[in-house]
Design a binder for this molecule. Structure first.
Ligand code: PEP
Length: 250
């Protein structure tokens, strides 16, 4: 039995308006309250404009709040960017960094992800650093090397098991309905754990999430895999019943 408490994180991406976000977060907060002690931490990461209202709606709940990105700077002339301190001001404890959609849509390199993670840690946020190979890279037998390179390039100085979470998200499994097999997930998570050793304090205690088309129907199988310490969930985090179903599989 792992000593690592599972983290079930919802990445709402660019979905939902204020009323949707409030309804979803309040529903989850109510379920958490009604459930009593649970075996997992639950986190929602709404779009930036929803952080303050959602944060206020869940103040008295164990449901945690996170951003989907942050700037590598603390303030200043950076139009469109959001500083880590603005996330904590809204009640965030976590921030997702280096998601493959940001790496692809905004050309974020490992160095950029590392700078953002360093800024997040300096602000006291927990950085959820995303890594994962494309289908072509997996087919070419490069998955382990790609992920090792992303870890080496994206994890900042000062990362510990308390302030850093790794999310393994094979790019080809995100939003596609395809999931990695439990065997592939087991092998990759073991590889990630080994790569963390020496790179991050208390590597054995770092939570490593799996992400990529996690649903209530496949969550139990995936969450039972060795070294899988939770899930980063996109599409299925937008319905309270589905997201709760995934968490309940822990
Ligand atoms: C994600 O965006 O991090 C993700 C895993 O999406 P989905 O669950 O929809 O595949």
């Amino acid at each position: 039995m792992s000593a690592r408490r599972k983290l079930i994180a919802g990445n709402w991406k660019m979905n939902g308006l204020k009323a949707d976000g409030l309804a979803l977060a309040s529903d989850l907060a109510g379920r958490l309250k009604g459930a009593g002690p649970v075996a997992f931490d639950m986190l929602v990461c709404p779009p930036f404009p929803l952080l303050f209202p959602v944060g206020e709606a869940i103040t008295d709940s164990p449901l945690a709040l996170g951003g989907q990105d942050c700037a590598p700077k603390t303030s200043g002339a950076h139009t469109g960017d959001v500083a880590p301190t603005m996330l904590t001001d809204a009640g965030c404890r976590y921030v997702i960094l280096g998601h493959s959609e940001r790496r692809a849509d905004h050309g974020e390199s490992d160095a950029v992800v590392k700078a953002k993670a360093a800024a997040a840690l300096a602000e006291g946020l927990v950085a959820i650093i995303c890594v994962g190979e494309t289908e072509a890279q997996r087919d070419a037998g490069q998955a382990d090397a790609v992920v090792a390179g992303q870890l080496a390039g994206s994890i900042p100085e000062g990362a510990t098991a308390d302030n850093t979470v790794i999310a393994y998200e094979p790019v080809w499994a995100i939003g596609t309905g395809k999931t990695a097999t439990p065997g592939d997930v087991k092998a990759m998570h073991a590889h990630i754990r080994a790569e963390l050793d020496g790179r991050i304090a208390d590597a054995a205690k770092v939570r490593i999430l799996y992400g990529g088309s996690v649903k209530p129907g496949n969550a139990a199988e995936l969450m039972a895999v060795e070294n899988v310490d939770g899930a980063l969930v996109g599409g299925a985090s937008l319905k309270a019943e589905d997201f709760w179903g995934i968490a309940s599989a822990c």
